[in-house]
Design a protein around this ligand. Structure first.
Ligand code: GDD
Ligand code: MG
Length: 370
């Protein structure tokens, strides 16, 4: 079975984390999200995936190659210009000849794909859309169905007064390839505002597959942290790396944790990490490979990527810290701060108010004190 994964977006809302890393390549507990997604698809019977990319395509190629490392076939196909969600699938139509899955590449879900496929076949559906309930549908595509699941209406990004249901398009579709005939070639064209309403008008059999599977859009800084918290708290299936030294603490190889350090789970510490005396780490927290955490530092609810130096007596709460940063002693980093890559922060600063540091930023001593 084949799947197309739409990974063309710029990931603007996640900047500066996405300055050097495409959104689907952002690490989730050390593994690029797309790799988790592909493994999940493979384990659910999809053996061939076509990634429709347009941004930092080389990064996908370098990491995924032809997919053999993951035990599946992966094609990475670059669009000449953004073709939109449906246009992107049309662009790879030469690789598609049968019932296929299509995935938005920025959604994390453990949806039962075989269950969805059975549902699609039983109803002789031509297009089945996974649906999930959300509190506020205005940022998504609202989908109305009959009690039997037949889709009656789409409304992309409804205004608050237009909301009639909390069920939204969850970004997983099963499609029959003939529906791509509606998509104009070599043009920007969307599923949500183009193909879906058009196919509906033409009375094609379209069904919603409602489920209460884990579902979250990883495209916002807040949800990026929340997804980590959900993974560490066991709300979504995820094989955590390292050795489980306590029920809620995982530690990689060659990692040294001082005997006076306190680790309160759920915490994952990568390979080659050094944790000095009197450090406190409170979960859900991830400390990436090759990082050094200085004596007396306190870290809670945070995601720290690889090879970071964090000095002594720092306090870091609910922050995301990218790769290769140097954070000197006695810094306080408050909730909502995002530090991207290769930043240097001298001692005695207070970073707060959702501060976002772009790659290679430098902050001198005591210069920021909110
Ligand atoms: N290749 C390619 N080319 N991919 C694209 C393009 C494009 O031109 N435009 C968007 N994508 C990819 C994005 O990278 C993302 O993975 C997916 O298509 C959806 O685009 P978003 O920009 O993230 O859309 P959205 O989040 O506002 O809304 C969509 O997803 C919601 C669920 O998260 C819609 O499908 C909504 O109806 C849906 O509820
Ligand atoms: Mg999205």
């Amino acid at each position: 079975m084949k799947a197309v994964i739409l990974v063309g977006g710029l990931g603007t809302r996640l900047r500066p984390l996405t300055c050097n890393t495409p959104k689907p390549m952002l690490p989730l507990v050390g593994t690029p999200f797309i790799e988790w997604m592909l493994t999940n698809l493979r384990d659910q019977g999809i053996d061939e995936a076509i990634l429709a990319v347009q941004y930092l395509a080389d990064r996908f190629r370098a990491s995924l190659g032809d997919g053999s490392r993951l035990g599946m076939k992966v094609h990475i196909i670059e669009e000449p210009e953004p073709r939109g969600t449906a246009g992107a699938v049309k662009h790879v139509a030469h690789l598609l000849d049968d019932t296929m899955f299509v995935f938005n590449g920025d959604v994390m879900t453990d949806l039962d794909l075989q269950g969805m496929l059975r549902y699609h076949r039983k109803r002789k559906s031509e297009l089945t859309i996974a649906l999930t309930p959300v509190e506020d549908p205005t940022a998504f595509g609202l989908v109305e169905t009959t009690a039997a699941g037949r889709i009656t209406r789409f409304l992309e990004k409804p205004r608050p007064e237009e909301v009639t249901t909390n069920m939204i398009n969850a970004g997983t579709y099963i499609m029959e390839p003939h529906l791509l005939d509606y998509v104009p070639a070599r043009q920007h064209y969307m599923f949500e505002r183009g193909l879906f309403p058009t196919a509906l008008q033409n009375n094609h059999a379209m069904y919603g597959y409602a489920s209460d599977a884990y579902w979250t859009d990883i495209g916002k800084p807040q949800t990026y942290l929340e997804v980590h918290h959900d993974i560490l708290n066991g709300k979504v299936r995820f094989g955590l790396p390292g050795q489980q030294i306590r029920p809620d603490v995982w530690v990689g190889d060659n990692t040294i944790i001082h005997s006076s350090a306190q680790i309160h789970g759920a915490v994952v510490i990568g390979n080659g990490v050094t944790i000095e005396a009197d450090v406190t780490i409170v979960g859900p927290t991830v400390i990436g490979a090759g990082s050094h955490i200085g004596a007396g530092t306190h870290i809670s609810g945070s995601v720290v990527w690889q090879v970071n130096h964090i000095g002594t007596q720092c306090r870091i709460d609910r922050a995301v810290i990218g790769n290769h940063n140097y954070i000197a002693n006695q810094n306080t980093i408050h909730a909502g701060t995002i530090i991207s890559d290769r930043c240097r922060i001298a001692s005695h600063n207070h970073l707060a108010n959702g501060l976002r540091l772009w790659p290679n930023s430098t902050i001198s001593e005591q210069s920021i004190t909110f």
